[in-house]
Design a protein around this ligand. Structure first.
Ligand code: SF4
Length: 387
């Protein structure tokens, strides 16, 4: 990152958003090893401690799947298919390896398709448990240790507890910087638009943690001095909920229709940046607890309430806090086709959020801009309804 780029966070975010993965490619050319990962389950702390560059993979919503479907069934979720297609076409030809988590059928059932097709030097399937009781935390610690061991064998370098603790500190700091940037969305109007924020989130997930933190701080310094005019129009404040939304297209549809995207519960967004890893004497304990218990994915979190309402509160209560803190007027729930884990939760989320008095629009679609026009009509109608 150059000095001039340092002073211009949004320009840098735009660069890394539009040339996705370019920094990892540069670091690979400089001799670093690059490991791709696919979801919020990372775990990024371990990869940072191993000294490898972790790159979260994304697809391209503007590009049709032309090669990947020859290998992968079309009932796999469109996000996974699109990213796989990009990988088959060579977009990530600089990767040394990948780690895929036990998250959902679309990932679990395609692990061998990925590994057999890409034939990367390093491959690991992280067998994340799906319940969150004590034995599962112990199991999670064991699978993290196996991940560490395979990375040590691959890199030839020992991963010490001290290195893991330093990585935990760096990623917690990175999360704090991002939360500080999110806080600039609380004002009305927010100091940063939803489209700008999406570019920062995407750019940040493509960089080593120290560069990601510098980028986020640069954007925050730039944004907080913005003089925004007093709000003249009552733009409806929207929270977007879903999994792998990593493109501005849907955000521009919301903001183009007069909405203001002020918060999210997305896999590349708040899910990555809320909830730190606790500093525990054994650093693996804190990492296991964060990824299993604090990260509220539909596949890895089981509510512990005594009744249905308490279980809903345990699973979705954080969304109610977001709605209050970010003064959200309406929630858009955006789920990809064939995404069972998020699809199964739709009635419960709707019920939970609507019964608290916030309207919800549920959209199911492809990971593609080709069907965006019909979504725009529904988004416009929703914004009119809650005006
Ligand atoms: S969008 Fe759904 S099906 Fe696709 S990777 Fe995420 S959880 Fe799995």
């Amino acid at each position: 990152m150059t000095q001039s780029e340092n002073g211009n966070g949004l320009v840098l975010a735009e660069k890394y958003y539009s040339q996705y993965g370019s920094r990892a490619r540069e670091l690979k050319a400089a001799g670093r090893k690059v490991i791709g990962y696919l979801t919020a389950l990372g775990p990024v702390e371990i990869m940072t401690a191993a000294g490898v560059v972790s790159l979260r993979l994304k697809g391209n919503v503007s590009e049709a799947i032309t090669k990947g479907d020859a290998y992968m069934e079309t009932i796999v979720c469109p996000f996974v298919r699109n990213v796989f297609d990009a990988a088959v076409k060579g977009r990530y030809d600089f990767l040394d390896g990948m780690v895929l988590p036990h998250q959902c059928d679309s990932i679990d059932r395609t692990d061998d398709v990925w590994s057999d097709t890409l034939k990367l030097p390093y491959w690991h399937f992280l067998n994340v448990p799906h319940v969150t009781d004590e034995p599962s935390v112990e199991f999670m610690k064991d699978i993290l240790r196996i991940f560490i061991q395979t990375l040590e064998e691959f890199t030839g370098e020992k991963i010490t507890d001290e290195a893991i603790a330093r990585a935990v500190t760096a990623h917690n700091e990175n999360r704090r910087f991002m939360r500080e940037l999110y806080a600039l969305r609380i004002t009305d109007p927010p100091l940063i638009s939803g489209a700008e924020m999406m570019k920062v989130l995407v750019a940040a997930m493509s960089l080593p943690v120290d560069e990601s933190s510098a980028l986020i701080k640069g954007v925050t310094d730039e944004i907080k001095h913005r003089e925004m005019p007093p709000s003249t129009e009552q733009g409806r404040r929207i929270m977007l909920v879903g999994d792998q939304v990593d493109d501005v297209a849907i955000i521009e549809a919301i903001e183009g229709a007069g909405g203001r995207l002020v918060m999210d519960d997305l896999s590349i967004g708040s899910k990555m940046y809320w909830n730190d890893v606790d500093a525990t004497p054994d650093p693996i304990q804190g990492i296991a607890e964060r990824y299993l218990r604090k990260l509220k994915l539909p596949t890895t979190f089981v509510g512990t309430g005594n009744n249905y309402q308490e279980t809903l509160e345990a699973r979705f209560g954080h969304m109610k806090q977001y709605i209050e803190e970010f003064k959200v007027d309406g929630v858009i729930l955006f789920v990809y086709k064939f995404c069972d884990p998020y699809g199964f939760e739709v009635p419960a989320i709707r019920n939970f959020i609507e019964s608290a008095g916030t309207p919800v629009l549920y959209l199911e679609d492809e990971y593609s801009i080709s069907t965006l026009a019909r979504l725009k009509t529904r988004i416009e109608a929703f914004l009119e309804m809650i005006a």
